[in-house]
Design a protein around this ligand. Sequence first.
Ligand code: NAG
Ligand code: NAG
Ligand code: NAG
Length: 337
Amino acid sequence: MKQKLIGELVFLLFILGAFGQKLTSSKSFISKKSQLQHDFQKFKKTYGKSYDSDEHESYRFNVFVENIKEADALNNQSTSAKFGITQFTDITKEEFLNIYANSKISTEDSFDSYLQNTSSTDIQVENQIDPPQTWDIRINGPGKLQPIVNQGGCGSCWAFAVTTAVENQYSINQNLNINLSEQQQVDCVYKRDGCQGGWFPDAYNYVQKIGLTTEDKYPYTGQYGQCRAQQMNQFYKISGFVNLPNDHSAIKQALVSKGAVSVGVDCRLWAQYTSGIFDIDPIYPELNKAATIIGYGPNYWLIRNTWGTAWGEQGHIRIANQKRNTVLTKYSFQPYL
Ligand SMILES: *[C@@H]1O[C@H](CO)[C@@H](O)[C@H](O)[C@H]1NC(C)=O
Ligand SMILES: *[C@@H]1O[C@H](CO)[C@@H](O)[C@H](O)[C@H]1NC(C)=O
Ligand SMILES: *[C@@H]1O[C@H](CO)[C@@H](O)[C@H](O)[C@H]1NC(C)=O
């Protein structure tokens, strides 16, 4: 992958150069271009993409080339993360941000006043353990996690993050292996379309009052529909949820002793992420995505995402924990039964 990206980078620099000066080596130009076209065909096959017309296909190819260029620039900026071809390489930055980075609450001020209106308790985590150097719920527990899913083209990351944490709580406390419904949250938590984003306090309040039915009773469609919760009869509830203190050690302790933590992150530069520790600092981090912290290492947080297992490190991203590139420690929540 790295080798290929270097090849493509050379090609892109070549194109850029070609605008400013006469094309001197048309042979190498053709071979690099055909390499990109080859990569694009492979990309289409890997991700099952097809386009309804030649114009559309050629438009998507140009977007693909732009995204490879951005991936190369990010590879340049990062010391440890790798960027390259993902399922998002044929969509524009705007499309990506609209669908995947559109949480309704994006400024700290509005979030803080929002939080005051919820029933979340800001409890202190007892300093009873020294958190280990590394942790991974998949290996160390507590409890189990269901397989990684793909939210598709619906901005429902928040609902998936909520089911992940609540399922983990049922596994820890009642030894239950269940898949809970995201679709119920998309349809029922708001009076508006839950595919347009949502947020933890609203969703956890809903799970506390009404509860969630299972995935097989209320399956995921990835589209907003009429709420059907009143037709269901068995709900899994929580007793409450905590807005964890804005402190790395407290979050580590909560994770190790009590399970998965829901978290607000900034995913604007995640589209072409393929592996490694993400360490690029957006200057003004914003809150635009919900995910789950399931572990950490000496210098990173291990984040579980909902873009399928083909994205990132089998569906996960590791994020440098010494940087400002997420708002991780501020917007972290944990439900309890
Ligand atoms: C990568 O970094 C090198 C050296 O700083 C620079 O010359 C090159 O233009 C950069 N490439 C991209 C795509 O940003
Ligand atoms: C919080 O509640 C206060 C008083 O009820 C209200 O004025 C304010 O708009 C609410 N804030 C949010 C973000 O909902
Ligand atoms: C939960 O859903 C996944 C598919 O996303 C499936 O593989 C798994 O077996 C399900 N678990 C249960 C307990 O139904």
